[in-house]
Ligand binder design. Structure first.
Ligand code: SAH
Length: 362
């Protein structure tokens, strides 16, 4: 193995220049992925945890420039699930072997602390052997505390980018980088298992930004890290943005296919580096990764990821929670998704397991 990769695997940290070197040079890829896989296997073996994703509302008060359910998208057909419907999704999921439910949505003021706490309490009472993960965007410390007290175990809040200037290019002026980061530290102080993360290839992102993301993750030390490729959504200001378009690539690479390949490769590289930096992290092979490449999730697992997040949302709302174009699995029953995922994991020598899949402390 190259000195550089083995040194990072041992020390779990690298300098900015070392990271840049790895990110821009494809010749490190194979040994990087193998090193990440080895680290993951030393902690989590060949088990892949599954999380049942319940996309319970696509109403959102925010206007993130990249996101298909942004407030200004008048073409988005809005829906919200009732507490009863959310429970039914969980019931279906429990029967399929899920032991973690992830409630994700836009920032929808309809779901007050009281409403959410009731939902969390019900789920935890009915399924004491399951983890409840929330992914509801930014809230106050008091709100996070109420949700924690109600029994929520984990909270996902991608930081999106660790660079404030970059953050401001992806979000309108009324959204604040500092508040997002404040939320992550509040969640940690409340002893949630916390998930951060970012998109790869988002508009205006530089290679240095990706390095900053890794160094930020090292500092935050979250339990979970979601990393997925940016994929344009047709009704957003970034509809026509092609990732890496302005990257001075040779002409034969700088076409749409070439850019998809770049997104794929770079996402895998970031997953692998994250695994080396945070050996114990729970890292999903994201649906976005599976969207840009037929076997993207399998490649993600082989590059150090150890979680997948099949969808438990009702079929009639599934095709309305569209953060980006081309999202996969919008027409499949949850049961089909689980079977498909089992097969996919098996095909690469991993096992999809019916466990809570908590963070293993280092
Ligand atoms: N409202 C919640 C959930 C957001 S959706 C929150 O603010 O955390 C979950 C994630 O989808 C986002 O954090 C973002 O990283 C990702 N996402 C949104 N639009 C995307 C796009 N166009 N391409 C890829 N990922 C996207």
């Amino acid at each position: 193995m190259s000195d550089l990769i083995s040194q990072i695997a041992v020390n779990q940290i690298a300098t900015k220049n070392e990271l840049l070197e790895i990110i821009v040079n494809e010749q490190y890829d194979n040994e990087l992925f193998a090193a990440a896989d080895k680290v993951r296997q030393s902690i989590y073996g060949k088990e892949v945890y599954m999380r049942g994703l319940i996309e319970f509302t696509n109403y959102c008060k925010n206007d993130c420039f990249y996101c298909g359910i942004r407030h200004s998208n008048k073409n988005a057909e809005r829906y919200r699930l009732t507490p009863k419907q959310i429970e039914q999704c969980a019931e279906n999921g429990y029967g399929l072997g899920f032991r973690t439910f992830v409630l994700q949505g836009g920032e929808d003021p309809f779901y007050t602390d009281d409403v959410l706490c009731e939902i969390v309490k019900k789920l935890k009472a009915k399924y004491p052997d399951c983890a409840v993960t929330l992914s509801l965007g930014e809230r106050s410390y008091d709100s996070f505390k109420a949700l924690k007290d109600a029994g929520a175990d984990r909270y996902l809040l991608r930081h999106e980018t660790a660079n404030k200037f970059h953050y401001e290019k992806l979000h309108p002026a009324n959204m604040s980088f500092d508040n997002r980061i404040r939320c992550l530290y509040d969640l940690k102080s409340l002893v949630f298992q916390v998930g951060a993360g970012f998109m790869v290839g988002s508009p205006f992102q530089t290679t240095e930004n990706l390095v900053d993301d890794l160094l930020f993750l090292k500092e935050l030390d979250p339990h979970m890290v979601g990393i997925g490729p940016f994929i344009p959504h047709k009704d957003t200001p970034f509809a026509n943005y092609i990732p890496f378009e302005n990257n001075n690539e040779p002409a034969d690479i700088a076409n749409v296919d070439g850019n998809t390949n770049r997104s794929l490769r770079l996402t895998l590289v970031m997953v692998a580096l994250t695994r080396l930096f945070l050996p114990n992290a729970l890292i999903p092979a994201t649906t976005a990764l599976g969207t840009i490449n037929e076997t993207g999730r399998e490649l993600g697992i082989r590059a150090g990821a150890n979680v997948v997040m099949p969808n438990l949302s009702p079929l009639d709302t599934r095709n309305k929670y569209l953060l980006y174009d081309g999202k996969i699995c919008t027409g499949d029953e949850a049961a089909e998704c689980v079977q498909c995922m089992k097969r996919r994991m098996k095909s690469i020598g991993y096992n999809l397991v019916e466990k809570r899949g908590d963070y293993i402390c280092g």
